[in-house]
Design a protein around this ligand. Structure first.
Ligand SMILES: [Cu+2]
Length: 315
């Protein structure tokens, strides 16, 4: 067990360095396809790394603004990490954002297995949580936090869980899915470079759900991960519970801006019946918008898994 843990930790280090370089290269390089032969030059082609980091989407860097995400050896069944601060010591003081000092989001690199959990902080600056890594594979862990005296940050690190790996294909884009007996529909398509409205509507047994419960200070939380590099976006709803205008469902509207065209997996956390549920969608940013009207959304190849009926989802 110890050996496995150490090996996994070593792999984490390698992946983290690679991930950071890759993220910088992607953004600095104006023409990735044409320039890809010059990988070796990309890292030192510019002295603007700080500016570059400021423009990057969240979650691509393991270390930013002096703060570094460090996974730690942990007993089986537990995930542990710390945030090293600019002085190299573990950070022990954090601001509360959305009811928590630390939001830990994990997903496999194939965008399956998403979990959003809240670790416990111990006095020495170690964060611990029952492991959300639910099976073998290459995982990305995102720590979303605000250190006291610092800016909000999302740092990301790769974590390998040994075992037989089954790569899951990204599900086809869809505007409806089901989870735990709820049907969730999505209206709106994110467009790169500008704010787009995404409205998610929750129903159960054909009835709109009008008594969503606040979860972390909102009726919904939306995380989007970009296919290919898992760039991270955390989007909050337009309106908060108790503001006099925001209703507890069935619709929750988010204002999202994605950093580029491409495929994204979006994850909606909402609470009802005392439990948190997560509805997942694949969306293609930059595609023709899907309006509020239930128009057929183009050719939409659904791989035969969807029968084309509203409200029908799978998995
Ligand atoms: Cu959270």
């Amino acid at each position: 067990m110890r050996t496995v843990t150490r090996l996994a930790g070593f792999a984490v280090g390698l992946a983290a360095v690679f991930g950071a370089t890759y993220g910088i290269g992607r953004v600095v390089d104006p023409a990735p396809a044409a320039e890809s032969r010059h990988d070796g030059d990309a890292a030192h082609a510019t002295g603007e790394h700080d500016e570059t980091a400021a423009r990057l989407p969240g979650g691509l860097l393991v270390s930013d603004q002096g703060y570094t995400l460090e996974p730690l050896d942990a007993p089986a069944g537990e995930f542990a990490f710390r945030i090293a601060g600019p002085d190299g010591r573990p950070v022990t003081r954090y601001e509360v954002a959305h009811d928590k000092q630390m939001h830990l989001i994990v997903a496999r690199r194939d965008l399956s297995g998403f979990r959003h959990v809240h670790p416990e902080l111990t006095a020495d600056g170690t964060w611990r949580v029952d492991t959300p890594l639910t099976g073998p594979g290459q995982w990305r862990a995102f720590a979303d936090f605000t250190p006291t005296g610092g800016e909000p940050l999302t740092l990301g690190v790769d974590v390998t869980v040994p075992g037989e790996l089954t790569e899951r294909p990204l599900p086809a884009p869809a505007t409806s899915t089901t989870v735990d007996g709820y049907t969730v529909t999505l209206a709106g398509t994110p467009q790169p470079g500008r704010t787009s409205s995404l409205t998610l509507t929750v129903s159960r047994d054909g009835q709109p759900v009008t008594d969503l419960e606040p979860y972390l200070g909102a009726y919904g939380h939306l995380v989007a991960l970009r296919r290919g590099d898992l760039a991270y976006l955390h989007v909050h709803p337009d309106g908060t519970p108790g503001d006099g205008r925001t209703r507890p469902g069935p619709a929750v509207t988010f204002l999202a801006e994605v950093p580029s065209a491409g495929s994204y997996r979006i994850y909606l956390d909402f609470q009802h019946g005392g439990r948190v549920h997560t509805a997942e969608f694949t969306v293609i940013a930059g595609a023709a918008p899907t309006g509020d009207a239930p128009t057929p959304s183009g050719p939409a190849p659904t791989g035969g898994a969807d029968h084309g009926t509203p409200g029908h989802g799978h998995d």
